[in-house]
Design a binder for this molecule. Structure first.
Ligand SMILES: [Zn+2]
Length: 278
């Protein structure tokens, strides 16, 4: 106590300010640690099909009510999110560049025509970008009128019109099926067969050849090697996890949406709060 009594008023002030600063930085450090900026944990969203309520079939979990999709996009817009391209994704995972804070990537699998009919105008309104992983053998060469309620795949003229929003990448040419129950053809076909399929897929006009989505999210070491040989630099899985600078470029996680997923889950994914359940 003797020592403290010897401190002058000025010394006490300095001591108090120092103590306060130590506390403040301690608290800030803890907050920073628990709430990492979203750009360090990039969420990639995965959709399949989007349609208005009257066209929905409750048995089809992969078609999202367009109103639900609009709510997702509005949330991203209102909260300052930016949508990135596959090129920007490569900036992150290969060139270790920082993405804008609150980045998100929007992807669709299969090349279903309703994406261009119902999702495209919403994305365009907000100035968003999206990546469509197309099963290229299903794509029609000629224009075809859109028929509501019918399962229809994209056609080239319409895909061309929507290039201001969508970039197109491969989801195989015609290897999106099961060879035997539970075992996708890509894990069973010959190497030559797979290479020929992928080359055919890349040859469709409008296709970029840098990113690939695994049908059913399934892959093996042989497929990873073949993709590297074909200079594909991104592989999209269906594993629920964020992408970071340290992610394996051929095993990128995505957050898939089914009609049963809630808006709360959506917010959890994009706000960087998702923690894998054990
Ligand atoms: Zn698919």
């Amino acid at each position: 106590m003797k020592y403290f009594r010897r401190l002058s008023a000025k010394q006490w002030k300095t001591l108090l300010i120092s103590a306060l600063l130590v506390c403040l930085f301690g608290v800030l450090g803890a907050v920073r640690h628990t709430q990492r900026p979203v750009a360090e944990k990039l969420p990639i969203l995965l959709y399949h099909s989007v349609a208005p309520a009257q066209e929905l079939n409750p048995a089809n979990l992969y078609t999202l009510d367009v109103e639900q999709f609009k709510a997702h996009m509005k949330y991203l817009h209102d909260n300052g999110f930016q949508t990135i391209t596959t090129e920007q994704l490569s900036d992150l995972i290969y060139r270790k560049k920082k993405l804008p804070p609150k980045s998100v990537m929007i992807t669709f699998d299969d090349g279903i025509a309703n994406n261009l009919e119902y999702a495209y105008p919403v994305l365009k309104e907000y100035g968003f970008h999206a990546v469509e992983y197309v099963i290229t053998s299903y794509v029609k060469q000629e224009a075809e009128p859109f028929t509501p309620g019918k399962k229809q795949f994209m056609n080239l003229p319409r895909m061309k019109e929507c290039r201001d929003v969508f970039e197109y990448q491969s989801h195989t040419d015609n290897m999106h099926y099961y060879h035997t129950p539970g075992s996708p053809i890509l894990l069973n076909a010959s190497e030559d067969g797979i290479r020929a399929d992928l080359r055919k897929s890349f040859a469709l006009p409008l296709m970029r050849k840098t990113s690939f989505a695994y049908p059913y999210g399934r892959y093996d070491t042989r497929l990873l090697r073949m993709l590297r040989e074909l200079e594909v630099v991104q592989g999209m899985t269906t594993k629920r996890r964020y992408v970071t600078q340290d992610s394996d470029p051929l095993e990128l996680g995505r957050f898939m949406f089914r009609s049963t997923n809630t808006f709360e889950e959506f917010k959890e994914f994009v706000d960087g709060r998702y923690v894998p359940k054990k």
